[in-house]
Write a protein that binds this ligand. Sequence first.
Ligand code: G1P
Length: 300
Amino acid sequence: MTKEPQPVRKAVFPVAGLGTRFLPATKAVPKEMLTVVDKPVIQYVVDEAREAGIEHFVFVTGRNKAVIEDHFDQQVELEQTLRERGKQEALDILAAGLPAAGQTSFTRQQAPLGLGHAVWCARELVGNEPFALLLPDMVMQDQPGCMSRMMEVYRETGGNIISTEAVDWEETHKYGIVEKGAAAAGGFRITGMVEKPAPGTAPSNLYINGRYILQPEIFSILETQATGAGGEIQLTDAMLKLAEKQDFFGFTFTGRTFDCGSKEGFIKANLAYAMWSRKMARSLGPELRELLDSIKPVDG
Ligand code: G1P
């Protein structure tokens, strides 16, 4: 590329999902607010976007998600009390996770019509510029974060970038899968993609793991996108159409991904982040080893 591509300033977070896999925990609390160690899941994903230089955070929410908006606002009474008590460390923690005033926007998806529809709901707030898309179920552990690494590639390639990683072939039917072309910066060119391919039909075992950089032309395609896998409006189907006109690059993510939409992924994320803290690793490590040695399931 001779010319610098248009910078990515905005990020979209689709947070309208119901979280049925986590009932009853998610009856009154959005799944994105469940905590991994000491932060809600959504905070990890927003922090990853902030680290990558994102300046505006667009949340596509639904009913019962108002607490996410509260989380990314000041909590005046709490901060007042902490100040009176001289709890500077707690105040610093709150300040560190807070985007500046005016940096967040919220819109509602209104009906659960699929990821493609959720992204389309952000069209007015994103406008005519490239944007990052981060699926909050997926917590990605790496330093620097996945989106920072993708931005680096984007500055070189422009176009559209999808983060991918390898998955067991038996698992390919659960995800969006890309077809791998020639090598390119950060990974490879994408020559095809399919959402939740029937078992045995996937073009590769490289799955879309929930981080994207997309050009705004995706919105006009989503506008008329028919339903696909699972009867939902699929982002992958719209991206496939955009790939007829624009470049799509696959970024190969080499950190750890935790699908916090599943119980196992959520627990693994808790353990992995706990072990990232030297203090916690020291106290938890021996106990975990002991637990593993004495596994005795009680549910049959
Ligand atoms: C969505 C995407 C899929 C991607 C997955 C990652 O699927 O449609 O392409 O692989 O997220 O988690 P969902 O998990 O909403 O079924």
